[in-house]
Design a protein around this ligand. Structure first.
Ligand SMILES: C[S@@+](CC[C@H](N)C(=O)[O-])C[C@H]1O[C@@H](n2cnc3c(N)ncnc32)[C@H](O)[C@@H]1O
Length: 363
């Protein structure tokens, strides 16, 4: 079965999302209001417990079969009693299973924490639960007061420059982006036809997982993967693993300096959302300088919907605010930003995931 064959139709995905939202509301109404809020206040505990399980490698230790708590503690170098308490809490949230014989084993949710799981959430758990990330979120109040990011004040450098000096955290971040890509790329490829474009440039494409998925769906197309030198250094391995390395030119540089010319489609996935309007405009102007008159620009983003239901992009928006004073945008905001940088928004194509493809052409 191909990746795209597993993608549900957009309308079905929206109906499931609507249903989950209302079931969640029902769940809250079955709980006294203060307790429902208390549950949300304490959600950070669950999150940190998952991070600890990921940091310790508990799921990997269980990958060959069930273990007693003593065996497990010895494998992951933990105190057996403390680990049993961690597992008890996680089992209650359906992460890991506690067998009748007392041993622990993987279940569907725990399996995603294995390093080699098909879509491994291990790096994401370790990145979002890292000390650096947690510390940043404790300063959300500053961002809400000032409307600015906190990373520069906290670290003395802006996010991506800080990563350049912290290879371990940068590696976790890039692996997390690749994971997130695995969760959503098939929906982008199922939702938008890339096959008409002979050359597709992925601007800020990280290690290249989206470009690989796009090229797999467009066998006659070639790709250019563009990102910072330290990031694209690890891309060839990903591209080889996906069988598209011979169709991809890897180019390194900063999109604040220039963007490779010669593309028929320019994909920017979760790039514009990383930056406040002035910087986002600078990137788009550099794309505008590189594109020919018939090229298309495709921003793959969490376009903020006009409903008040929960939507992942509303939370990523806060992460973007903390990061660089950046933001997620509505379709109207993308239309304006594109209009100011020499493009005309032609349509917003929804996908089965929370991402949409904002399509634009040179004005
Ligand atoms: C949020 S990640 C998105 C990565 C990828 N497009 C994806 O969706 O998985 C932002 C990307 O922008 C890249 N980036 C940041 N600053 C850059 C710059 N000045 N020039 C080129 N790429 C940059 C980062 O290295 C990172 O890969």
């Amino acid at each position: 079965m191909s990746m795209s064959a597993r993608v549900p139709p957009v309308k079905l995905a929206r109906a499931v999302e609507w249903t989950r939202h209302h079931l969640y509301g029902l769940n809250q109404r079955l709980t006294p209001a203060p307790a429902a809020v208390f549950e949300m206040i304490l959600a950070g505990w669950t999150s940190q417990a998952i991070t600890v399980a990921a940091d310790l490698g508990v799921a990997d230790a269980l990958s060959e079969g069930p273990l007693s708590i003593e065996q497990l503690a010895a494998r992951v170098d933990a105190d057996a009693d403390a680990l049993r308490r961690l597992m008890r809490a996680l089992v209650g949230r359906n992460i890991f299973r506690h067998r009748r014989d007392g041993r622990y084993e993987l279940n569907a949710l725990a399996d995603t924490l294995r390093r080699d799981a098909p879509v491994s959430m291990r790096s994401a758990a370790r990145f979002y639960g890292s000390h650096e990330q947690r510390e940043r979120w404790t300063l959300l109040i500053d961002s809400i007061r000032t409307g600015d990011g906190v990373v520069a004040a906290l670290r003395g450098k802006e996010s991506f420059d800080y990563f350049a000096k912290n290879p371990e955290l940068a590696q976790l971040f890039n692996a997390t982006m690749t994971t997130v890509s695995k969760l959503t790329d098939a929906t982008v490829v199922a939702g938008y036809d890339f096959s008409p474009f002979p050359t597709i440039v992925d601007v800020g494409g990280g290690h290249g997982p989206l470009l690989a998925a796009v090229l797999a769906s467009a066998p006659a197309s070639r790709g250019i993967l563009y990102d910072l030198p330290s990031v694209v250094a690890d891309a060839p391995e990903v591209l080889r693993g996906r069988g598209v390395a011979d169709r991809v030119l890897v180019a390194k540089g900063s999109f604040f300096d220039c963007v490779p010319a010669g593309g028929d489609a320019y994909v920017l996935k979760n790039i514009v959302h990383d930056w406040p309007d002035d910087k986002a405009a600078q990137i788009l102007r550099n794309v505008r300088a590189a594109v020919g008159p018939r090229a298309k620009v495709l921003l793959v983003e969490f376009v903020i919907p006009d409903h008040d239901r929960d939507f992942p992009g509303k939370w990523v928006d806060l992460e973007m605010l903390l990061n660089l004073g950046a933001r997620e945008r509505t379709a109207a905001e993308y239309r304006k930003l594109l209009g100011e940088t020499g493009f005309r928004l032609t349509r917003v194509v929804p996908t089965a995931s929370p991402l949409s493809v904002v399509e634009a052409i040179p004005a």
